[in-house]
Design a protein around this ligand. Sequence first.
Ligand code: ADP
Ligand code: MG
Length: 270
Amino acid sequence: MSEPAENPSEPKGRGAPWTEERGTSDEGRERSEEGMGRRVGPRRREEDTVAVEGVTRTFGSGRTATRALRGVSFAVQSGQLVALRGRSGSGKTTLLNIVGGLDRPDSGRVRVGDSDVTAMSDQERLRLRRTSVAFIFQSFGLIPILSAAENVGVPLRIAGLAPKKREERVRLMLDIVGLGEHARQRPGELSGGQQQRVAIARALAGSPQLLLADEPTGQLDSETAKQIMRLLRTVVQSEGVTALVATHDPNLINIADSVLELEDGKIKTP
Ligand SMILES: Nc1ncnc2c1ncn2[C@@H]1O[C@H](COP(=O)(O)OP(=O)(O)O)[C@@H](O)[C@H]1O
Ligand SMILES: [Mg+2]
C-alpha cells in the first residue's frame, strides 16, 4: 500500500530493493509493530513478501497429463490481503501448495521473504512451514483430542517457546479471534465458525510472514463466512502478516487489497 497501483491485481515491478525504509503510509505494519508487543521477532521489510515467476506444474504424463499451472507469475506486497479466485480445477490449491513449500513446481521460481522456496531441500521447506508460512484449510485441520488452547499452542511447542510465554501467546491469540471464553473446549464442542477461528489463531500464533488460506469458508454458512473473512481482514492488518486466500467468496473478494484470477492454470489479466 505504499503507492496506489494503477491496477491492483497487476504484480508490482520486479527487482524491488530490499528496502529497509519504513514507508510512512504503511499504516497496517506501523500499527502492528507498535501495538502490544505481539511480535516474536523483528520483521524484514521486503516490498514483496511473495514473488512467483513462471511457475508450471503438470500432474501425470502423456495423454492423461493435467497441466495444473501453465506459467504463473505475480507478486504480493507485504501486508496485503490478496484473494485468489478461479473456478474449481483452475489451479488454486496447486499454487498455494507450491508457494507454501508443500509441493514443488516443474519450472519457475517462488520467493517468500528472502527465501527461494524452489531452491530449498525438503528439510528447509519443512523449516519454512514451521517458521514463516502458515496454512488455513477449508476443513480447519484441528487436532480433535486437543482443546482450542492446546491446538493454538501446537506450533509454539514445536518452536520451543517456554510454557509461560506460550500460554500468554495462546491467550492473546484466542482473544484476538474472539474465543477467549472457549479455550478449554475441543473442536467437536465448537461450531464450524469457531473452529476456523481457532485455526486462524493457531496459524498466526508463531507470527508467520505469510498466511495461505485455501477456501477457508468453504464449509461455512454465508453469515459465518462473512464474519470469518472480516476477521481475516482484521488480523492481517493487526498482525502485519501477508495473506493469499483462495476463495470464491464475495465476502472476501470485496474487502481484499487485490484479486488475482486463475483460469486454466494461468493468471487472467483483466
Ligand atoms: N495430485 C494431483 N494429481 C493429479 N491431478 C491433480 C492433482 N492435484 C491437482 N490436480 C489437477 O490439477 C488441476 C488443478 O487442481 P487444483 O489446484 O486442485 O484446482 P482448484 O484448487 O482451483 O480447484 C485439476 O485439474 C486437478 O484435477
Ligand atoms: Mg482447491
